[in-house]
Design a protein. Structure first.
Lengths: 585, 595
């Protein structure tokens, strides 16, 4: 398509832009920054806050830069005394409804409202404070909604309903009583919330955030009776550095290991090991279903706990399609309290397993069903997010950037390139196909880079031939993209038509786990792409790039599990799913 | 005429609440009892507009205009007027101006009015499509279906100069033309009947009195822009109007005037009602469309305008009731005829709901360009109780006050805006010397703060802050600095709010600040309310030299805080007084003082 260009001026500077560009985007092109609060590049402009107002020559009105498309000949004024005055007043008005307790807020120094106040040099509050006192909702395992701090930017609602298609939260009330809460004013835990945490990742202030469980971790680390072990998820290693000023996508795996060791963890494991193991179990499951016809197709991945929750709530009929393999996190958890416990001779009751996840739903996963206690103890004691870990590192006074590179502990810290790409959308599928090819054909795939399933596009498809048969796969990420994939599966099944796909990977968050709800703030597609590139860099630089070649995995099967899908594997590494109601009240 | 006489009983909401339904039934019973039921037809009509004097009964053919009729009066009117041919003089309207029993055309209230929108209100039975048809109803549709091209229709609207009556005054032809030119389908026609300004009931009365005019106009638009589906978004609080629309839709369908292949033209059109749950902001077009779609009624940024992306992201023409009601007349009588009425930039008429401290409150339709003075004094009969005019609020909560010095301003969109108010949908509330401008601003702002959807910060927070300042002022706790802050907030709201509600919400405050700054300063500097409205700033006391000790005030006092011996001066216990002002208003000797 040939986009038309139009001629515009920003503060008198003439230039050409594509038709349909918003004033905000156009100004950015010429390095003019228009302040915003409710705007987020992931979302259609909701135009709520009124801070991005600009003037257009010849019009008596002010326009919102975020939602006004440029027109040919438009002459835009982004800054003049009146505009700045109006913006400042709007910010002051918002501040008058916002608790002035920045020092105690978890968004301190990382808050978009605080930044605006700083940029506008607001030194006093001209208006009286008028803060709605609404109780905090801490009902879920994962997220805390503090309506008092909410600035009603609407991002969380738009993310939950639009990007994620979950519809857990909505605007309630009106006027200055407007607040955000689940429809029907139930608690979050009683709502369809899948704990993906995208609301928290998009919130500009401290109104909705991860349940901070770092105190539990500190306590365990200081408890001499506890043997603390930790696992770190694939996506954490490409984002944790952002909290320390590094570029998104910078691999900090070995510094993270070093930091965890300095925090006091005795066993440093890697969720990537679990990812390799997941591939062995799930890959074998696929072979069973696809080659031997034992079980229903398409097989759908189940490593994403938010996605598991979504399917259990919205697609009961498709539960049999789910892979029964646990997520990598859960597998490492189970093994740390069985295999590792046996090897090191420590009672599982004395092992304290902490997982570092890019995800808020992982906090839910660790208690979601009986099978999360497969070791006889709670397999994972606490799951914290990348953000929580970065705060722990900072509060422990660890100079992260200058840490030496260290390695994880064997065997639960050994991983392959296939394991690490779990962190990016398409990665599970790519890793699974690398191994499934081997399992089906007995031969290694010549080129393990399956480019078709990579990238930020919402739904991706690929075909691969194995032993004369074509395997059709689909990859979907960002919950709102799942519906059309599943509806096509449903339709094909209902009409007895040929299945559109044999294997489907689903991740709840945009970009996969690298865009998870627990990752450092500020993710946009630009940042997600950098993080994804980091994941594939980690893959391409590994000596071993297929899960079934992981020596530690081979050893595990030889010493402990027997073979994939064995009785013991089923006991420790597989789970069950159950239909759940959308609302529990 | 098939009948010798006709009895028109007002069936508008206001008269119905004064028992006009019972009056109607009594007429039928009495006519039957008198044995003349075949000679006289009783018709329940829409609103006559002269609500101050309702319930109204009009007898034809001699145009007798009976006012403030009670159900028991039906018997007398039948016995005297309809049987014996003698008017019931005591019930006839007596014009102050002439002091004689007036016919409709003599009544000052109607003399300066010019009825296009309300042409059938109080004339026909709105629940009988044949009466509408008998008054050229659906003739315009027929003309559009068979004689005119869509471009001719749009040109006729262009020539007419008709502008949207919802408040902003956007040229109707342009809106239709935009929608027509968008290459997308389906397209939708929407009638905005979500009237919500306090005291305004123009749209309700138009629908109650002449529902078919709306249906006809929507079909004309459908044919013109290429749409087959219309929605009328109407408040659930308007049950009578909803009922009349339902009846009208049913009757139009029965006659083949609505539905498939209308009048054999091949044109299909269907209309559905959507009931609003009473959120004022749903009168804003993008919020209204969101509400029809089943979403929360919150405005969206424009562009895209509904003409391009409206209902379900499809091109949509949305006009308000009054705009629609003008359409069939323009088609039948021609745009040029319509353009002859009104001012240079504002053509045709405007309906106002005239209320407040006015003698003849009611619904009035006047040509654009009529002055406020004509409306208030000639039609409205001036201020009640001989008090002094202080200001008139136009445009409801979005408008502002206009003071005495501007009473001779001809009313049109631009003039009202210049004065810091707006045309709005047509509310017109008259205030006298007893009205406190701080109190008035507080009332209107309280309304918009309550009705703000809460989406955008300037409106949601700014409105609340402004209201808090007004509250402070009315309690004598404000400083002059607060006025500066109010202006600052008001300006930010005007400039940075997303929709019309927020952009205009500070108008009542800003315009009263402009015209009545002294009154504000009296509250701030002197801690007094010159109009005696703000309770925290007034005290009531009894002047012993004037009090004759009749005890009336003591008997009326709701909190029993007035004591005194008979024929001795009474005393108010100020610590218990709730400042309701009852003593002040009942004292016949001017002995109660308010300060």
């Amino acid at each position: 398509m040939n986009a038309k260009t139009v001629s515009i001026k920003v503060n008198g500077m003439p230039f050409f832009v594509h038709e349909g560009t918003t004033v905000l985007e156009a100004a950015k092109l010429v390095n003019v920054k228009i302040p915003t609060l409710c705007y987020h590049p992931d979302l259609p402009a909701w135009a709520a806050c009124g801070i991005c107002v600009v003037k257009v020559e010849g019009s008596p009105k002010m326009f919102r830069a975020c939602s006004t498309p440029v027109e040919d000949g438009m002459s835009i004024i982004t800054h003049d005394p009146e505009i700045v005055e109006v913006r400042r007043t709007v910010i002051e008005l918002i501040l008058s409804t916002h608790p002035n307790d920045c020092l105690q807020c978890l968004r301190n120094q990382n808050c978009e409202l605080q930044r605006l106040a700083a940029e506008f040099g607001i030194r006093e509050m001209p208006f009286e404070y008028n803060i709605n006192q609404i109780p905090v909702d801490d009902s879920t395992t994962s997220l805390i909604l503090n309506p008092e701090k909410c600035v009603k930017c609407g991002r969380c609602v738009k993310v939950c309903q639009g990007m994620q298609n979950v519809w857990a939260i909505e605007f309630l009330g009106r006027g200055d009583s407007t607040r955000i809460a689940p429809a029907g004013d139930v608690l979050l835990a009683e709502s369809p919330c899948i704990k993906c945490g995208q609301c928290s990742a998009h919130c500009p202030v401290g109104a909705i955030y991860e349940k901070d469980e770092t105190q539990k971790v500190w306590k365990a680390l200081q408890d001499p009776t506890k043997h603390c072990v930790v696992q770190i998820a694939p996506a954490v290693r490409v984002a944790l550095g952002e909290a320390f000023g590094l570029e998104p996508g910078t691999l900090v795996t070995n510094k993270a290991y070093a930091a965890l060791r300095r925090l006091g963890f005795k066993g440093i494991f890697d969720t990537n090991f679990g990812a390799d193991l997941t591939i062995m179990e799930e890959g074998s499951e696929f072979v069973e279903r696809f080659v031997h016809g034992k079980g229903d197709l398409p097989l759908i991945t189940s490593c994403c706990p938010a996605w598991v929750d979504y399917l259990e709530k919205y697609y009961h009929d498709l539960i049999p399609l789910f892979s029964t393999a646990k997520s990598p996190q859960a597998m490492v958890g189970a093994l740390s309290k069985t295999y590792y416990a046996d090897k090191s001779g420590i009672d599982c009751k004395n092992i304290f397993m902490v997982s570092i996840m890019p995800c808020t739903a992982k906090k839910y996963e660790i208690v979601r069903s009986e099978s999360m206690y497969s070791s006889g103890c709670q397999d994972i004691d606490v799951s914290i997010t990348t953000r929580e870990l970065s705060r722990m590192i900072k509060s422990a006074g660890i100079d992260f950037l200058n840490l030496p590179d260290e390695d994880a502990d064997a065997p639960l810290g050994i991983y392959t390139g296939a394991g690490t790409i779990f962190g990016a959308t398409g990665g599970v599928m790519e890793a699974a196909l690398r191994t499934a090819y081997f399992l089906v054909t007995g031969q290694e795939l010549k080129n393990v880079d399956l480019e078709d399933v990579r990238g930020i596009e919402g739904i991706k498809e690929a075909r691969i031939r194995m032993a004369g048969k074509e395997v059709r796969v689909a990859v979907a990420h960002q919950m709102g993209n799942i519906e059309q994939v599943l509806d096509m599966v449903r339709e094909a099944k209902a009409k007895g038509k040929e299945l559109p796909w044999h294997f489907i990977e689903v991740m709840a968050c945009r970009g996969g786990c690298i865009g998870g709800g627990g990752q450092p703030y500020g993710a946009t597609d630009e940042i997600r792409k950098k993080r994804i590139a980091g994941m594939y860099k980690d893959d391409s630089t590994q000596k071993i790039r297929c899960s079934h070649q992981n020596p530690a995995i081979k050893q595990l099967y030889a010493e402990f599990l027997g073979k994939p899908l064995s009785h013991k594997s089923h006991e420790l590494l597989h789970t069950k799913y159950t239909p759940r109601p959308l609302y529990t009240r | 005429m098939a009948f010798k006489s006709y009895v028109l009983v007002c069936g508008g909401t206001a008269c119905q609440s004064s028992k006009s339904e019972e009056i109607y039934k009594n007429f039928i019973t009495e006519l039957e009892a008198a044995g003349i039921k075949d000679d006289v037809q009783v018709v329940k009509t829409g609103c006559f507009g002269f609500c101050e004097k309702g319930p109204i009964v009009k007898v034809l053919p001699d145009e007798s205009f009976y006012v403030e009729v009670k159900p028991t009066d039906a018997k007398e009117i039948v016995a005297e007027h309809l049987v014996k041919g003698r008017q019931v003089k005591r019930l006839l309207y007596q014009g102050e101006e002439t002091k004689k029993h007036a016919k409709v055309e003599d009544i000052a209230f109607y003399q300066k009015q010019f009825r296009i929108v309300l042409r059938n209100c109080g004339v026909i039975n709105p629940e009988d499509i044949n009466e509408y048809i008998a008054r050229d109803g659906y003739a315009a549709l027929e003309k559009v279906l068979f004689e005119m091209t869509p471009d001719q229709v749009i040109n006729e609207l262009k020539v007419s100069g008709l502008r949207g009556r919802g408040g902003a005054g956007f040229p109707t032809w342009l809106k239709w033309n935009f929608t027509k030119q968008v290459n997308d389908s389906p397209k939708y026609i929407v009638c905005n009947a979500d009237e919500g300004d306090p005291g305004a009931y123009m749209d309700r009365s138009t629908i109650e009195g002449d529902p078919h005019s709306i249906l006809e106009a929507m079909m004309i638009a459908g044919k013109t822009i290429g749409s087959n589906k219309g929605y009328i978004y109407i408040r659930a609080e308007y049950p009578l109007a909803i009922h009349r629309l339902e009846v009208a839709i049913k009757q139009a369908k029965e006659l083949g005037l609505l539905g498939k292949d209308i009048l054999g033209s091949g044109f299909d059109f269907d209309i559905e009602l959507r009931l609003g749950a009473g959120a004022f902001v749903c009168g804003e077009e993008t919020a209204l469309l969101a509400s029809i779609e089943g979403e929360r009624g919150m405005p969206k940024p424009r562009p895209p305008f509904p003409a391009v992306k409206g209902l379900w992201q499809k091109p949509t023409v949305i006009n308000n009731v009054e705009t629609w009601a003008n359409i069939p007349v323009i088609i039948l009588r021609g745009g040029a005829w319509f353009a002859n009425i009104g001012t240079e930039k504002s053509k045709g008429t405007k309906v106002f709901a005239l209320t407040g401290k006015i003698r003849n409150s009611g619904l009035v339709e006047v040509p654009m360009g009529t002055t406020l003075r004509e409306i208030i004094y000639d039609i409205g009969g001036g201020i009640i109780n001989g008090k002094k005019f202080k200001a008139v609020q136009t445009g409801g909560p979005s408008g502002g006050v206009i003071t005495a010095e501007y009473l001779d301003t001809p009313i049109d969109y631009e003039n009202l805006q210049k004065l810091g108010s707006i045309m709005g949908s047509g509310g017109m509330i008259v205030m006298d010397e007893d009205d406190c401008m701080v109190d008035i601003a507080k009332f209107y702002l309280g309304f918009t703060v309550d009705e703000s959807c809460g989406k955008c910060a300037p409106c949601r927070v700014g409105g609340r802050q402004l209201l808090n300042y007004l509250d402070k002022i009315s309690k004598g706790k404000a400083t002059r600095d607060d006025i500066t802050k109010m202006r600052q907030i008001g300006n930010a709201m005007k400039r940075a709010s997303l929709c019309g509600l927020g952009q205009t919400a500070p108008n009542p405050v800003l315009s009263t600040l402009t015209y009545f700054e002294k009154e504000y300063l009296a509250h701030i500097d002197d801690r007094t309310c010159p109009a005696g409205k703000c309770k925290d700033l007034i005290t009531y006391s009894i002047l012993p030299e004037k009090c004759i000790g009749c005890g009336l005030c003591a008997r009326r006092c709701p909190v029993n805080c007035i004591t005194g011996e008979k024929r001795q001066p009474h005393v108010i216990d100020k610590s218990a007084c709730i400042k309701c002002g009852e003593c002040y208003s009942v004292c016949k000797f001017g002995a109660v003082m308010r300060k």
